[in-house]
Ligand binder design. Structure first.
Ligand code: GLA
Length: 388
């Protein structure tokens, strides 16, 4: 991406500033980890328990050359269903679909990408595979020895062995185990937003935490989750992000318009961008939605400020995100059933009365406007703007 080195430098200085200003809230896995919302892919939304070594290799190979890696995607994350049995010394092994985890990690690393894995603090994962209960340190060491770079830690059966009030301590335990390995491992908390995790997720070492139950490839579920994030923005920042769950872009049950709404909203929310489709078989339209550099840069902005809702008129919503250069990303959303005009008034987003506007999906300058801007927005659609 053009301008990437500058962006990278700005991001690092913002993180350093933030770290000292926040007195080290980033108890997370070391300074610089997840300084911008993590970008990658995860197996669950498309493959669920059919995931295998061959599928992971195919996804990594696709991501390395299809433009996604160049656009900033980095993590290839194995979700549930990789686990086999523990051996006599308690060490976890992959099941028959994952015969050699170290070799798989080496392969993913050889593509210039990173490998993520999944476990539960309970005795079993959500799909019934062995969890890390009683093996936390041992599993963290095993993951580090394999070369794992990211862990999603999913509450699941932990509810059978712990009280809800123990949740922060349980998550902290794995954070300490990961930190103890000395390997930088992004730590993703998954407990569906229980107990207002956004208030304590960073203090137990989380780099990101799910704020909701599971997404599905369905407009109303995606919209319920995405538009429901307003108010959580103050808890996100470099190193520690709200996670409204992974992307469904390209999985086939939403229109391109609806997937652009999904992607735009997640970028305004500074959400992790974890694709969930089959990267080895995707349409040019899906790839274009996942890799538009002008949209991704909104998500990855070095200030790391999560956006919020500015106004709502029935199904019409305006959202804004303040960017490091002082400009604003603004989403004009139409959750209604027919094309309707949506207006942003410059006063309500605190920009001058005369501004210049760029359309980020169309990738074109719209010109200079006074007072307000109105766009016709299609059903379930969005117009995403940069205003300065
Ligand atoms: C839970 C999580 C999902 C996925 C499944 C796997 O439902 O929220 O994201 O990891 O478990 O079983």
């Amino acid at each position: 991406m053009k301008g990437q080195p500058t962006l990278q430098r700005m991001r690092v200085s913002f993180v350093v500033l933030f770290f000292f200003a926040a007195g080290g809230v980033a108890a997370a896995q070391g300074l610089g980890l997840a300084s911008a919302p993590p970008m990658g892919w995860n197996s669950w939304n498309h493959f669920a328990c059919k995931v295998s070594d061959a599928i992971i290799r195919a996804q990594a190979s696709a991501m390395a050359i299809n433009g996604m890696k160049a656009a900033g995607y980095e993590y290839i994350n194995i979700d549930d269903c990789w686990q086999g049995k523990r051996d006599a010394s308690g060490i976890i092994h992959g099941n028959k679909r994952f015969p050699d985890m170290k070799a798989l990690a080496d392969f993913v690393h050889s593509k210039g990408l990173k490998l993520g894995i999944y476990s539960s603090p309970g005795p079993r994962t959500c799909a019934g595979y062995p969890g890390s209960y009683g093996h936390e340190e041992q599993d963290a060491k095993t993951y580090a020895a394999w070369g794992i770079d990211y862990l999603k830690y999913d509450w699941c059966s932990a509810r059978e062995v712990y009280k809800p009030s123990q949740m922060p301590a349980v998550y902290k335990k794995m954070h300490e185990a990961l930190a103890g390995t000395g390997r930088p491992i992004v730590y993703s908390l998954c407990e569906y937003g229980m107990d207002r995790v956004w208030r304590w997720g960073a203090s137990v070492g989380g780099n990101l935490w799910r704020t909701t139950g599971d997404i599905s490839d369905d407009y109303s579920r995606m919209a319920f989750i995405g538009f429901g994030q307003d108010g959580l923005e103050k808890y996100a920042g470099p190193g520690h992000w709200n996670d409204p769950d992974m992307l469904e872009v390209g999985n086939g049950h939403m229109s391109a318009e609806e997937y652009r709404t999904h992607m735009s909203l997640w970028c305004l929310l500074a959400a992790p961008l974890i694709a969930g489709n089959d990267l080895a078989k995707m349409s040019p339209e899906t790839l274009a939605i996942l890799t538009n550099p002008e949209v991704i840069v909104i998500d990855q902005d070095p200030a790391g400020l999560e956006g919020h809702r500015v106004s709502q008129e029935g199904p019409l919503e305006v959202w804004e995100k303040l960017l490091a250069d002082g400009s604003k990303a603004v989403g004009l959303f139409n959750r209604g059933e027919s094309t309707m005009p949506v207006t942003v008034r410059f006063k309500e987003i605190g920009v001058g009365s005369s501004v210049s506007i760029r359309d980020l999906w169309e990738r074109k300058e719209l010109g200079t406007f006074k007072g307000s801007y109105t766009a016709q927005v299609p059903r379930h659609g969005v117009v995403l703007l940069k205003i300065r």
